[in-house]
Ligand binder design. Sequence first.
Ligand SMILES: Cc1cc2nc3c(=O)[nH]c(=O)nc-3n(C[C@H](O)[C@H](O)[C@H](O)COP(=O)(O)OP(=O)(O)OC[C@H]3O[C@@H](n4cnc5c(N)ncnc54)[C@H](O)[C@@H]3O)c2cc1C
Length: 501
Amino acid sequence: MADVVVIGSGVGGLSAAVRLAARGLSVDVLEAGDRVGGKLGVRVIDGVEVDTGPSVLTLPEALDDTLRVAGTSLRDELSLREPDPAFRYLYPDGVALDVFVRPAETLESVRRTLGAQAADDMAGFLRYAGRIWDAAAPHFVYGPAPSPGNLARGGIASLALLPRIDPLRRMWGAIRGRVRSPHLRWLLARYATYNGSDVRRAPATLNCIAHVELAMGGYGVEGGMYEVARALARAAERAGARIHTGARAERVVTGGGRVRGVETADGRQWPADAVVGNADAAHVFGDLLPRGSVRRAAAAPSMSGWVGIVRARRRTGADVRVAHTVLFPATYLDEFADIFDRDRPPVEPTVYLCAQEACHGRAGWAGEEPVFAMANAPAEPAAGPRDPAAWSALRDTVLERMRAAGLRDGDDALAWERTPSGLADAFPGSRGSIYGAASNSPLSAFRRPPNRVPGVGGLYLASGSAHPGGGVPLCILSGAAAAHAVLADRRGILTSRDTAK
Ligand SMILES: Cc1cc2nc3c(=O)[nH]c(=O)nc-3n(C[C@H](O)[C@H](O)[C@H](O)COP(=O)(O)OP(=O)(O)OC[C@H]3O[C@@H](n4cnc5c(N)ncnc54)[C@H](O)[C@@H]3O)c2cc1C
């Protein structure tokens, strides 16, 4: 009998496992797939390993904190890279704007490319975004799941917080109010997609994402992003957790109003005092628990994405590829209208490219390098998968846009692809969405499932579909919050943090 069974070895599940095992609990991690990492994925194509999921690491201190709990550290496990430049934004009017890991270099680049007024606006916007982060992060990222109740209990302090986090305006309205350059407006609007939301509807609070990447830093990881999953898995095992791949949880066994363990698809029972669901919350609630155990209104999913790996001729010298390239379409906001209003793949998508050699120092093939290509897309309809023709049209558009920008030769082949339908199949309950529910309302943060599931004793959530949300660092924090709740409940102590819920 384990103390805790974790369902899923995505970032949130591994992070919870590290913290629980390091505190001396007996932890089994059940992973349906044949490797750890979940959406932080990897493929081997003709002998070359490539990342198929995240390509930018932000808030590395969240990872470091978790590794330290297991007696190691980020510095011991990984090497971060600061690609120079980090991003190149290519606009339809021919403007090319480079962005760097260090904000001073970014501001200088904005000044050189767009002029002094744009650089001043950018500096002002980053100060504004930094203020939001400083005010919001303790409550919405690092704290327990926020609720109207705990805000009300916060009284004056909570009221004072509100104007600082700008929740009543929309991201796009706040960007337009503060930044005059249309080029910068698009660059800043794109941060809504970092949690799969609609810049026209998401609360301006999410402008703090720009601060996280542009001021705090977006890093590459030597050898590839998958090294993050490997480091977390090593730390979990070092702390004593047992990771079982090929072990699909079929149901969470309950009795007397609490969990009793997990049954896997092979019929094996995994009795446990506590279960941490790293699988999508909709899968845990809808498929794994007995029907009706948890009632939640269905939330609108965040964006999905079409993803491909292009085996591209290696460029050298002046032609060398930039780590990240963003090819904007003719009118950027149409993409959000296609995805969120018309529920269809964008007709003119923004194309995001990550040259994995330049970004992560990944070694490609002789003569060719792996280029990760991505276009945002709607999640799958609740009723079932979309016509595959929609995805082949999106794929063709992405490849043609790369070619037109001079970033793909005619014979550079698409070596691998995953459509939103493929993502939905791989991650049950997700409908292919990448970041859990969309944050298209000021109330989204309050509606996200908390890490301790009310009504089912001993059940916890640690994933991008639970508090505090998606993206690698937030999932790491989700695992930390779930582990904190497990440990607090085991001690039978309601800490002041928990009492506030
Ligand atoms: C294409 C793409 C690009 C991205 N880019 C970035 C980026 O640049 N930066 C960033 O920070 N984030 C990025 N993300 C988001 C980030 O990858 C995710 O938010 C994060 O990895 C999700 O982690 P998670 O903890 O929610 O677990 P998941 O990754 O969702 O993993 C859940 C795990 O549970 C397993 N599972 C599900 N059901 C069962 C079951 N019944 N039994 C056993 N196991 C089960 C699954 O197999 C999976 O391994 C990207 C994601 C994608 C897909």
